[in-house]
Design a protein around this ligand. Structure first.
Ligand SMILES: *[C@@H]1O[C@H](CO)[C@@H](O)[C@H](O)[C@H]1NC(C)=O
Length: 342
């Protein structure tokens, strides 16, 4: 017959502490970001061999300017001066929470800083128009994400050292139709911030991820060939109307590059909302951002529980060693002074 084994309170305490510790470690090691389910929406996506792209009215995407369909990519502009190209979705977009993953390639003959201008991704009220903002119109209404490969401002104006951006620079802007993107300042006076990213003439694949959940806009990138997303920008309180159009555009001027769009994948995210959230929701008519004045810089996620734990252990060990050393020195000093005394 088996004798039931009961844990002593002490044993149970140790077990509990261990369990709590392990749970903390798991949480700090695992991906603690909440990952909603995602569904690829083909009608808003653009992937090889780009069958849904063309001039026929049944195609979901439309081509414009110098953009060209090639077997491996859509070339928005070739590495030639004064070109403009774009692709625009024909379907107005009605998804509340979404994510786009964009696979792109920017490459050319020009040496560093002798290339330009970069490319932009759009979700705007307007579509299929030509203008000065990466080939699209200014005073746009909606969201623009820019991969700017050429610094305009830093060339012409005195910029505070601390504000110097290293290019290529990825940034985002929400336009309401009456705010201009200032090309000469690289949009700095109106954008929401961003991050530097070496995305030009690299051997590996480069990706951008743009996520919009519960009015928070997040930009992440995978541009180092490590197959992992790195934070670039996070802005809460972004209000986007429904029924806008996706687009991607690019432009070259005196300086040029090949700007290739390899794929654009749109995922609908399944985000649950409480009844209260649904009731409090108001229809957004004009795009806006709650706090543009306080751009949220993405800082490295502090220390995990594990690193804090080790730091704590090391500090304790260090402190103990220090005390022992001080005691030894003190003892020696006492011995010596005693010897001198007698
Ligand atoms: C657009 O944004 C600007 C700057 O934030 C603001 O001054 C203007 O009133 C806004 N326009 C509309 C139509 O909301």
């Amino acid at each position: 017959q088996q004798i039931p084994h009961y844990y002593s309170p002490k044993e149970a305490g140790v077990c509990l502490a261990l369990a709590v510790f392990l749970a903390a470690v798991e949480r700090s090691c695992g991906n603690n970001a909440y990952e909603p389910e995602e569904f690829l929406k083909r009608e808003y996506s653009l992937t090889k061999p780009y069958q849904g792209l063309g001039s026929s009215t049944t195609s979901h995407w439309e081509l414009m300017g110098n953009a060209m369909i090639m077997p491996e990519h859509v070339r928005l502009t070739p590495d030639l001066q004064s070109r403009q190209g774009a692709v625009w979705s024909r379907l107005p977009f009605y998804v509340r929470d979404w994510e786009i993953q964009v696979h792109f390639k920017i490459h050319g003959q020009g040496k560093k800083n002798l290339n330009g201008d970069g490319l932009a991704l759009w979700l705007t009220k307007e579509r299929m128009q030509i203008g000065p903002v990466f080939g699209n119109i200014n005073y746009f209404t909606g969201l623009g994400i820019f991969v700017d490969t050429y610094p305009n401002e830093d060339k012409h104006q005195e910029v505070l050292k601390s504000e110097l951006r290293s290019f290529p620079f990825i940034s985002a802007m929400v336009g309401n139709g009456s705010v201009a993107y200032d090309h000469d300042r690289d949009g700095r006076n109106v954008d929401l911030g961003g991050c530097s990213a070496s995305v030009r003439n690299v051997d590996y694949d480069t990706f951008l991820l743009i996520r919009y959940i519960r009015n928070t806009l997040t930009i992440m990138m995978d541009v180092e060939g490590k197959q992992e997303w790195k934070d670039c920008l996070e802005v809460p309180g972004v209000h986007m109307p429904q029924g806008y159009f996706f687009g991607a555009s690019s432009v070259t001027g005196d300086l040029s590059d090949n700007h290739d769009l390899i794929s654009f994948k749109l995922f609908e995210l399944a985000v649950e909302r409480t009844l209260e959230e649904l009731e409090n929701e108001e229809e957004v008519l004009i795009p806006s951002v709650d706090y543009r004045d306080i751009p949220v810089e993405v800082v490295d996620e502090g220390m995990g529980v594990l690193s804090i734990f080790f730091l704590f252990i090391f500090s304790v060990v260090g402190l103990v060693l220090l005390i022992v050393a001080l005691l030894l020195i003190h003892q020696r000093w006492k011995d010596r002074s005693r010897k001198r005394f007698y």
